[in-house]
Design a protein around this ligand. Structure first.
Ligand code: ASP
Length: 347
């Protein structure tokens, strides 16, 4: 496929959407630092001659996974049983894609997803047992993901609240959960902190990626949107790339990232496409359910959410420094006018 050269290559990294606000200014600064490092790591790769959007997205996400600050890699949240299991996926604009679901044997799940894309004929592999065989066959170093001390403390807190009988979410899991635990339930926190990135390189090739430990207190065996092409990510050089975060069950139901890309395909810019897709998510599944970042095939970027916050960092060629936003009040340089709705996208 011949691609139009892009004038503005660049990357957006995200650190999740949710209602959780970091408690201290030190915590906010740390998140900003890690997000900036992530976007700058990806950007440096893009700025090199021949630097691909796939390398930029993978490396940017590895920085976030390794930080322990976000809900991915070493910072992954825990399931109801206190175990870690990751979902991750990556997709490039030629429709190549790789994903893993419910896996705890990789320190950097995004890299294992990339191996599925690069080294197999499949799109999605799930479960540690079978992934172990795949890793062995391709010589990939396995690494058991263990809960960090911080995540264990958070888990114990949620579990003891659960035992007090606070029931506010996962309502239909109630009966099932009782079988896992002898007493009450707790509302899993709205905290997101999943990580992801989208990028476009100087050849106009786009890429999207995402990596997560999933939602707190999920049932063991649960696979969320982050492993599913079309829901958690999508990329197509004919439209652009998108990466989602939020309540995976709702994101799956509206195929959030495919919607964003379909809108960009008919000529809607990345920001309006994100706004329109989030409007659908809100109208059909309620507010507080998610956020999405995107880049269209012309190198225009967008980010939108119906949650209090969507932690994100942008770096592209036309900017002279990295823009980072963590607090709800922090706006993006690209949002020039409020979204008023696009009649073409009403349904
Ligand atoms: N979407 C992720 C999931 O449902 C969670 C998140 O983005 O915070 O697994």
């Amino acid at each position: 496929m011949t691609n139009r050269p892009t004038l503005d290559y660049g990357i957006i990294a995200h650190g999740g959407a949710g209602s959780f606000l970091p408690e201290s200014t030190a915590e906010i600064s740390k998140r900003k630092r890690v997000l900036a490092t992530s976007a700058e790591t990806g950007y440096r790769l893009l700025a090199r001659k021949g630097g691909s959007s796939a390398d930029a997205v993978e490396e940017a996400i590895r920085v976030l996974e390794d930080s322990g600050v976000f809900n991915a890699g070493s910072g992954s949240s825990l399931s109801l049983e206190g175990t870690v299991s990751a979902d991750a996926s990556i997709m490039t604009g030629d429709l190549s894609a790789g994903a893993i679901g419910n896996v705890s044997i990789s320190k950097n799940p995004i890299s294992l997803a990339r191996k599925v894309m690069d080294e197999s004929d499949h799109v999605l592999l799930v479960g540690d047992g079978d992934l172990l065989k795949f890793c062995k066959a391709i010589g990939y170093n396995v690494h058991q993901l263990c809960p960090s001390a911080k995540r264990l403390r958070q888990y114990n807190k949620h579990l003891s609240a659960m035992k007090k009988g606070t029931v506010r979410a996962w309502p239909r899991n109630y009966k099932l959960l009782k079988k896992y635990l002898k007493s009450g339930l707790v509302r899993p926190p709205d905290q997101g902190d999943t990580v992801g990135a989208v990028a476009i390189d100087s050849e106009s090739n786009v890429c999207a990626g995402v990596s997560t430990g999933g939602r707190w207190l999920k049932l063991p065996g649960r696979v969320g949107d982050s492993a599913l092409i079309g829901a958690g990510i999508y990329a197509d050089n004919l439209s652009g790339a998108a990466s989602a975060t939020g309540a995976g069950e709702e994101i799956i139901r509206v195929s959030l990232c495919k919607s964003v890309c379909d809108f960009m395909r008919i000529g809607v810019d990345a920001q309006s496409a994100c706004d329109a897709a989030i409007e659908i998510l809100t109208n059909r599944r309620g507010g507080g359910s998610g956020g999405v970042i995107a880049v269209d095939k012309y190198g225009r970027f967008g980010a939108s959410r119906n949650t209090e916050m969507l932690q994100r960092a942008f770096r592209f060629k036309s900017m002279n420094k990295t823009h980072v936003a963590v607090l709800p009040s922090e706006e993006d340089p690209i949002r020039k006018t409020p979204y008023l709705g696009d009649p073409r996208l009403r349904f």
